[in-house]
Design a protein around this ligand. Structure first.
Ligand SMILES: [Zn+2]
Length: 417
C-alpha cells in the first residue's frame, strides 16, 4: 500500500481519506482507488484556454473559421439569432467541431421577464437550424442577476460568460455553482499586444486555471468587419500561432467542454469495485453531477498498474483507447457511464483490504446522487486548496471567485460588449 500511496498524487490521497470520514471503514477501504487520479484538465494539460467570438460578424465565417481549422483547434461562436443572415455557414462551423453558444435572440440586456424569448427561443432556433447542442450563454453587455442565473441552471446551461476581466487564472476559479455563470473574460481589441496575449497564457499555465478570450470583429482588406473592437487578420493569426505554440501545456477547447470538464473533474472520484483478480480489475468513475446526459465529457484518468501487462480497457462494454506511462495506464472515461474493466496480467495482487465483495461497494454506488454529492463535497475543499497551495504556489484565495458587475473584486473594469 505504501508503494501505491507514493505513486499517488497528493490531492487524490487527501480526497480519499476525507471521503472515508463520511462512510464506514469497510466501504471506504474498497471503494476509493488510492493508485488512481483524475487529471485536472484533459490529457493532464496545465490549464485550459477557450476562444469565444461574439455576434457572428462577417469576419467569423470568412477569416476565423478557416484560421482555426488550419491550426486544428476549435472555438465558441456566440450567436444572436436575429442577426444571423446565413445558417449554412454556422452549420459548417459546427461540422468543424466548433461550439455555438447562445447570445440571445435580440442582444438586449438580460432580465428574467424576457428569458423565455431571449434564451429559450434562441437556443431552439440555433439547435433546429444547425443540429448543435447549445449549453452555454454569453450575456449581452454582461448583464445578469440571480434570477437569470437560476433560469439558466434550470434550463440545463452548464455556464455563462460575462464581459468583465480578468480572472480565472487559478484552478479554483469557481468556488460555488453560481460562479460558473459569472465567468470572466479577456476582452480583445487592438490595444492587447501579442506580448500581453502571451502573458495571460503564461499566467494561466502557472495558476492551473482557465482563460477565455472574447473577440468581436476580425477584418482584412478584403473582409470588412467593423461591428466592434476590430482586430486585423494578421494580428489575430499571430495570436492563434502563439496560442498553438503552447499546446503541450494548454488545452485549447470550446467554452462548453472546458466548463463540463472542470465541473466533472472537480466532483469526481475513482472507486474500486473488484480488485485485480482473474485477469480483470473493475473500477468506477463517478461525479457529483446528477444530469448525466449533460455532463458526459470524458475525463482523463491515470491508474497505477506497476509493470502489469494490460491488454484492454472497456467501459460498459465499450472499448477505450489507452496508453502506458510511468507505470500507469492512461485513458479517457465518462463519469457515471458504467464500470471500467481493465484486463491483463497483473504483477502481484493489489491490496484490496476487505474489498473483495463487490456487493458491499455497491452500497455506495447505490446511494442517491445527493448522498454521493454530499460525500464528494467533503473532499472538494481540501483537494482544491492543496492544488492551489501546492504546484501553483498561489494561495487558495487568489482570484478564484467568478466575477460580475455586482461582484468584481477580482476583476478589472475593461468592459466590452
Ligand atoms: Zn454581443
Amino acid at each position: 500500500m505504501n508503494t501505491l500511496l507514493k505513486k499517488t498524487k497528493k490531492g487524490v490521497v487527501a480526497l480519499t481519506s476525507l471521503l472515508c470520514l463520511g462512510v464506514s471503514q469497510t466501504i471506504c477501504a474498497q471503494t476509493n482507488l488510492a493508485g488512481g487520479s483524475i487529471a485536472k484538465w484533459e490529457d493532464n494539460k496545465s490549464c485550459a484556454v477557450a476562444l469565444t467570438f461574439d455576434d457572428w460578424t462577417s469576419g467569423h465565417p470568412a477569416i476565423v473559421v478557416p484560421a482555426l481549422k488550419s491550426r486544428g483547434i476549435n472555438a465558441t461562436f456566440n450567436v444572436v439569432t436575429s442577426m444571423v443572415y446565413d445558417w449554412s455557414s454556422l452549420k459548417s462551423a459546427v461540422a468543424d467541431g466548433n461550439e455555438l453558444g447562445n447570445h440571445t435572440s435580440t442582444h438586449n440586456s438580460m432580465s428574467i421577464s424576457s428569458c423565455q424569448t431571449e434564451v429559450i427561443d434562441a437556443k431552439n432556433l440555433i439547435e433546429m437550424n444547425t443540429g448543435a447542442s447549445v449549453t452555454t450563454l454569453a450575456y449581452p453587455y454582461g448583464t445578469y442577476d440571480d434570477n437569470v442565473i437560476n433560469f439558466l441552471k434550470s434550463n440545463r446551461f452548464v455556464g455563462a460568460r460575462g464581459v468583465y476581466g480578468i480572472s480565472n487564472f487559478t484552478y479554483r476559479f469557481a468556488g460555488s455553482d453560481d460562479d460558473y455563470y459569472k465567468l470572466c473574460t479577456v476582452g480583445m481589441d487592438n490595444s492587447v499586444s501579442l506580448e500581453m496575449f502571451k502573458s495571460y497564457i503564461e499566467k494561466t499555465i502557472a495558476g492551473g486555471g482557465m482563460i477565455d478570450y472574447l473577440y468581436h470583429s476580425i477584418y482584412s482588406e478584403s473582409v470588412p468587419d467593423a461591428s466592434y473592437a476590430q482586430i486585423h487578420q494578421t494580428n489575430f493569426e499571430a495570436q492563434l500561432d502563439a496560442l498553438v505554440s503552447y499546446k503541450d501545456k494548454v488545452w485549447i477547447t470550446t467554452f462548453s467542454n472546458l466548463i463540463k470538464y472542470h465541473r466533472e473533474a472537480n466532483s469526481a472520484v475513482l472507486q474500486e469495485i473488484q480488485p485485480q483478480q482473474d485477469g480483470s480489475w473493475i473500477i468506477n468513475l463517478v461525479d457529483g453531477l446528477s444530469d448525466n446526459d449533460l455532463y458526459n465529457y470524458p475525463l482523463s484518468v491515470s491508474v497505477y498498474v506497476a509493470d502489469s501487462e494490460i491488454t484492454s480497457v472497456t467501459q460498459n462494454g465499450k472499448s477505450l483507447a489507452f496508453s502506458i506511462s510511468n507505470d500507469s495506464i492512461l485513458f479517457k472515461a465518462v463519469p457515471d457511464a458504467g464500470y471500467i474493466t481493465i484486463k491483463g496480467v497483473f504483477s502481484g495482487a493489489q491490496e484490496g483490504g476487505q474489498g473483495e465483495d463487490p456487493q458491499v461497494s455497491d452500497k455506495l454506488i447505490g446511494k442517491t446522487a445527493m448522498e454521493i454529492t454530499s460525500l464528494i463535497r467533503v473532499g472538494w475543499n481540501l483537494g482544491n486548496s492543496l492544488d492551489a497551495n501546492g504546484s501553483s504556489g498561489l494561495s487558495a484565495e487568489t482570484s478564484w471567485v467568478g466575477c460580475s458587475k455586482f461582484d468584481s473584486k477580482s476583476c478589472s473594469k475593461n468592459k466590452v460588449v
